[in-house]
Design a binder for this molecule. Sequence first.
Ligand SMILES: C[S@@+](CC[C@H](N)C(=O)[O-])C[C@H]1O[C@@H](n2cnc3c(N)ncnc32)[C@H](O)[C@@H]1O
Length: 342
Amino acid sequence: MTEHHFSTEQVICPQCGSQRWRKLTSQWLCKNGHVIPTSAGLPDFSAGGTLAAQDRKLRDRLYNGLLGRYYGFMMPLLSMPARPILQSLSQWAVFFITWIVLFDLLWGMTVAFSGGHTVIGCLLLALLLASGAVLYRHSYLFWLLLVAIPVKLILLLRPYKPAETFPDVHRRWVNALKDAGCEQVLDVSTGTCNSLLRHGWTSLGAQLHGVDLSTTMLLQGADNAAAAGVPIQLYVADAQAMPFPDACMDLVLNYGALNGYQDQARALAEMARVLKPGGVLVCLDEQLYDRAGKLEKLYFEKVLASHDTIMRFPREAVPVVLDLVELHQIYQFYYLAIFRKA
Ligand SMILES: C[S@@+](CC[C@H](N)C(=O)[O-])C[C@H]1O[C@@H](n2cnc3c(N)ncnc32)[C@H](O)[C@@H]1O
């Protein structure tokens, strides 16, 4: 095998640390012959059975499942009470149609049985039970059906205004990093690349890298980035054991994932490890605002944060090498934390 068969990547071989790879369809081979399997064409650094139970469950049940397959619709659906109505019209339409269908099934079944149409009644009962099974399996949908309207009304009546808005915080940091120079950006748990593409980071002109555990999510991410004309290197990898050398990134992003990992301390230490000294880490995830009432709390715990191992900013998990420079309660249900590596 001659040297020109190998491409130089940022990622390192977990076994020997080599950064020289020969890319084959079904696997990547490092210079020393260690094999990394590919999953749907993406190198899979998560293989090897070391994945923690919570992370495996999240990947298999949620992000490789219903939520992940229809992420572009499902995520706005779950957060629709907190989003502007005009931005989630189709989600509200599906919500009301679901209620109408469930009500019609129940009403139709009652009429059928009381009119002696047993076969039709049994059919409608079977459909109701099947709907119940889906809602039982995806209990966040059941709770959303129950609380979406009252929570929306509460949020409309008592709007929340953070000291600085989400777009303003992003604008300020994108500009600061443009001035400072930013060449390597890693989006940890990039999923569909939704947040990476939306918040201005691509204007830095940096080389972009993304890791995620779910191939279902990453394949959508590859499509979304290609549609936006944004080149990015994507890898299947665990946020808590990433295949990057120390101190190679200027900026690390982590949107909507930190609270769901099994081990926040390990994930933050890993993100700190790959950051260059002076590099910036941005984390966003679920946290309930102080003014929340009982219904908002119920919606938060049963719908938005139902998959989390911790439902607030994990302050105690931050390694000493990371200085917390800003912590915002950016929306009613989300914090935004910005760190700089010492
Ligand atoms: C709510 S999604 C957020 C996706 C994206 N950052 C965004 O803002 O749209 C959470 C993502 O975290 C990923 N994830 C969960 N546990 C992970 C782990 N241990 N390592 C890497 N990614 C993980 C999931 O596969 C999923 O794509």
